[in-house]
Write a protein that binds this ligand. Structure first.
Ligand code: PLP
Length: 394
């Protein structure tokens, strides 16, 4: 169908979308309404862990759709229990609450920390977060985020989120007072430009929060579920947080998110927390398929190997073109361009012929790569060749 034949004008405009409509996808490839195909290194924004239309996910979705779609969140269902069991088995956490989006999971984490503060810490409620962090688009998670400009768009903000600097423990220590209940961070800042918290900083944070009886919350909506080469990015620093949130990759493309905590911190009482679709069997069944595939023997080793392969190719390119190197973990990586040409590259990559390439510039001076976790080395080579041909035209 022609682009003009779609009732696009009925959609509220919230971002500048190109004039194409995607119709189908498989693995690392997406197809648009003109039949053009695109090599996808965005994958729904680090969401499609197993690429487009993964067979295991389709099977789980079809099977569950014929069994039970929604009994109500007031009752247990099989996939909800099975997925919770799988997540606690493979993490340091004991309790899980399911949500529909990363922002909602983070809202849950904020509520849980505030409830814990009310119960055990004399009403302490402040959560220290970080400059350039991203925690979602609800009012509280926007307030928690350190994104420039977000303090004014929908002012007034939700109070109680003082901002520290990532990888600077003194900046965190300075903000601690009697009202502080927790520190919340992304182990790898994703939207901020793929900036990892160092292992040393994570260990200092764990020690500091223990010393002051504060909760340590990791927002692993982007870094979790295999993206960083381990099932969860906190594992890279050898620490155990108190609370973790998951989103994006856990559903592999369907709306699913989760809030996890240690047993003694799970202080919600009946009525404190909920939501119509929380623990929905259809989404939970897909999440179970995704996490089962990620934890299958050898899968995460392969992610690490492909992450290393991508890293080596990006470093070669950086040397060759005089860029400033690369950073990241696993298959969440950034190429540091050293100049603001990121958006120009993204644009040219998408419109190139005969095949397009989907890339993201999380910041104008870098490119972010978040391919499917089962991307092949051949697809990485293909992407690099396409990227080189674009750079040649600049
Ligand atoms: C994407 C993201 C969110 C928000 O998730 P939504 O599902 O869009 O609400 C929160 N935290 C991090 C680290 C993210 O990358």
């Amino acid at each position: 169908m022609n682009f003009n034949e779609y009732p696009i004008e009925s959609l509220m405009s919230i971002t500048n979308r190109p004039e194409i409509v995607f119709t189908h996808g498989k693995g690392s490839w997406l197809y648009d309404n003109n039949g053009k195909r695109y090599l996808d290194f965005i994958q729904g924004w680090a969401v499609n862990s197993l690429g487009h239309c993964n067979d295991g996910m389709i099977e789980a979705l079809n099977k569950q759709a014929q069994l039970l779609i929604n009994p109500s969140p007031a009752f247990y269902n099989e996939p909800m229990a099975q997925l919770a069991g799988l997540l606690t088995q493979h993490s340091c956490f004991d309790k899980v609450f399911f949500a529909n989006s990363g922002a909602e999971a983070n809202e849950g984490a904020i509520k849980l920390a505030r409830k814990w503060g009310r119960k055990f810490k004399d009403g302490a409620f402040e959560i220290i977060t970080f400059d350039h962090s991203f925690h979602g688009r609800t009012l509280a998670t926007m307030s928690a985020s350190g994104k420039p400009g977000w303090d004014t768009i929908y002012a007034p903000q939700v109070p109680g989120f003082p901002k520290a600097d990532l990888n600077d423990i003194a900046s965190v220590e300075k903000l601690i007072n009697a009202k502080t209940v927790a520190v919340m961070l992304e182990p790898i800042q994703g939207e901020g430009g793929v900036i990892p918290a160092t292992r040393e900083f994570m260990q200092q944070l764990r020690a500091l929060t223990k010393q002051h009886n504060l909760l340590l919350i990791v927002d692993e909506v982007q870094s979790g579920c295999g993206r960083a080469g381990t099932l969860f990015a906190y594992e890279l620093s050898g620490i155990e947080p108190d609370i973790m949130t998951l989103g994006k990759g856990i559903g592999g493309g369907v709306p699913l998110a989760a809030l996890l905590s240690k047993a003694d911190i799970a202080v919600f009482e009946p009525g404190d927390q909920g939501g119509t679709y929380n623990g929905n069997p259809l989404m939970s069944a897909v999440g179970y398929s995704v996490i089962s595939q990620l934890t299958a023997p050898g899968f995460l080793e392969d992610v690490r190997a492909r992450g290393e392969y991508l890293r080596a190719r990006l470093l070669e390119l950086s040397e060759e073109r005089g860029f400033e190197g690369e950073r990241g973990e696993g298959l969440l990586r950034a190429l540091l361009l050293g100049k603001d040409i990121g958006n120009q590259i993204v644009e040219k990559a998408r419109v190139m012929q005969p095949d397009g390439l989907l890339l993201n510039a999380a910041r104008p001076n870098l490119l972010r790569f978040m391919p499917a976790l089962n991307v092949t080395n051949e697809e990485i080579d293909q992407m690099m060749a396409m990227l080189r041909s674009i750079l040649d035209t600049l």
